[in-house]
Write a protein that binds this ligand. Structure first.
Ligand code: AMP
Length: 398
């Protein structure tokens, strides 16, 4: 008997979904609704090797979910076969430390947390309500990007600012991409046949958003993202770490208000900000090959920041067994991996060039046999991880 779980990832103007059978891990259907509330929406739905599309105006998440339901009804499989729905929810704050069965009280709690993630949580809440209307007879579960990092020790999550202010406004490091870091670290141990509880890992999730984590015996002890997903590594369009003095300076000197600084750092910074709008690494390399100095510096800054974090986590962990690369850049870009690991030669960490192949679709060991730390590429699968988490919660609740 298959156990299909529908996983939903609702952004401000999009809904991504997959129906996954958690027994066989088969993707029964997947799809994307785009341009919600922007006038010219569309849905693409894939199942059984075929791809379908409808173009129509989609006002809000309720209409988006109605369209998803229609796509399943028209092209299959039956949406009613889903035994539960898992919702990606970016910020769990201090309240939600693990995957949680959604009740009215949870929706209220998430609404109260919206200020911590104004771009991400409100669409997720809209998506939950719309999905509950579309699928009222199955349990709905929230999976939090922050949950895996709820284990960080106080010394790692505490910011050195006035304690009363931090407490009042819940200002601390939360960490994000937790579903991916958790999935990838477990998969790495499984791939090598090692006991997760007995090894230390540094996981680099390098996609459009990027974060790195230090994981001791399967438990997260530090990560690069913070109160928001803006902190840490240089990303596609996000600055990552920056001197907090820049905020007041820009306000004073450039007359930028908080919203303008937020937009600058989230949307016009990172690789795009440094390399004249290019945030995709394929474009960046093309520019570098054509002699573009801005793109070359962007890559240098990216590598420098990442190596600095890895070095820091080598110190935090004391002993590190695995260095793992995942997500769009981590899985596909062998040149970035080579440049990072080259800089770690002083720690005895070495790649085997022949193993460092581009576009890894399966777990791959890429370090040399004499490397002090095993270096791996582990493709992430956040949808499968969310489906599994959802299933665990509903099984426990039965
Ligand atoms: P993600 O957010 O994990 O989907 O990663 C998306 C990013 O991965 C893109 O913006 C690209 O920068 C990068 N990427 C995808 N494919 C490749 C590739 N073949 N080579 C280098 N980078 C890639």
């Amino acid at each position: 008997m298959p156990t299909p779980i529908l996983v939903l990832n609702c952004g401000s103007s999009s809904v991504k979904y997959q129906m996954i059978d958690v027994d066989s891990e088969a993707v029964l259907a997947s799809g994307l609704v785009e341009k919600i509330g922007l006038g010219d929406g569309n849905i693409t739905h894939k199942t059984n090797g075929a791809e379908y599309r409808i173009d129509e105006n989609i006002e809000d998440h309720t209409e988006a979910l109605a369209l998803v339901t229609r796509a399943f009804k028209t092209w299959g499989p039956p949406i009613e076969s889903a035994v539960a729905v898992g919702h990606r929810t970016v910020h769990g704050g201090e309240t939600y430390r693990e995957t949680t069965l959604i009740t009215d009280a949870v929706i209220q709690g998430l609404t109260e947390l919206a200020g911590l993630a104004p771009l991400h949580n409100p669409p997720a809440i809209d998506g939950i309500k719309a999905a509950q209307t579309a699928l009222p007879n199955v349990p709905h579960v929230a999976i939090f990007d922050t949950a895996f990092f709820s284990t960080l020790p106080a010394e790692a999550y505490t910011y050195a600012i006035d304690r009363a202010t931090a407490e009042k406004y819940h200002i601390r490091k939360y960490g994000f991409h937790g579903t991916s870091h958790s999935y990838v670290s477990k998969k790495a141990a499984e791939f090598l046949g090692l006991d997760l509880g007995a090894i230390n890992q540094i996981v680099c999730h390098l996609g459009n958003g990027a974060s790195v984590s230090a994981i001791r015996g399967g438990v997260a002890v530090d990560t690069s993202m913070g109160l928001t997903p803006l902190a840490g590594l240089v990303m596609g369009t996000r600055s990552g770490d920056i001197d907090p003095g820049v905020f007041a300076y820009l306000e004073r000197e450039a007359g930028l208000d908080a919203a303008a600084v937020d937009t600058l750092l989230n949307k016009h910074s990172g690789m795009a900000g440094l390399a004249d709008g290019s945030s995709d690494f394929r474009d960046l390399w093309t520019k570098v090959e054509a002699g573009d100095a801005h793109a070359a510096l962007a890559l240098d800054v990216y590598i420098h920041r990442l190596v600095s974090y890895i070095g820091s986590y080598l110190a935090v962990l004391g002993h590190t067994d695995l260095l793992v690369f995942t997500a769009g850049v981590g899985e596909n870009d062998e040149r970035i991996r080579a440049r990072v690991v080259d800089r770690l030669a002083g720690f005895g960490i070495r790649l085997a060039a022949a193993r460092n192949t581009p576009r890894n679709r399966v777990p791959t060991l890429i370090s040399s046999d004499d490397s002090t730390v095993k270096v791996l590429v582990i493709p992430t699968n956040e949808e499968l991880a969310m489906a599994r988490e959802t299933y665990q919660v509903i099984r426990a609740a039965r």
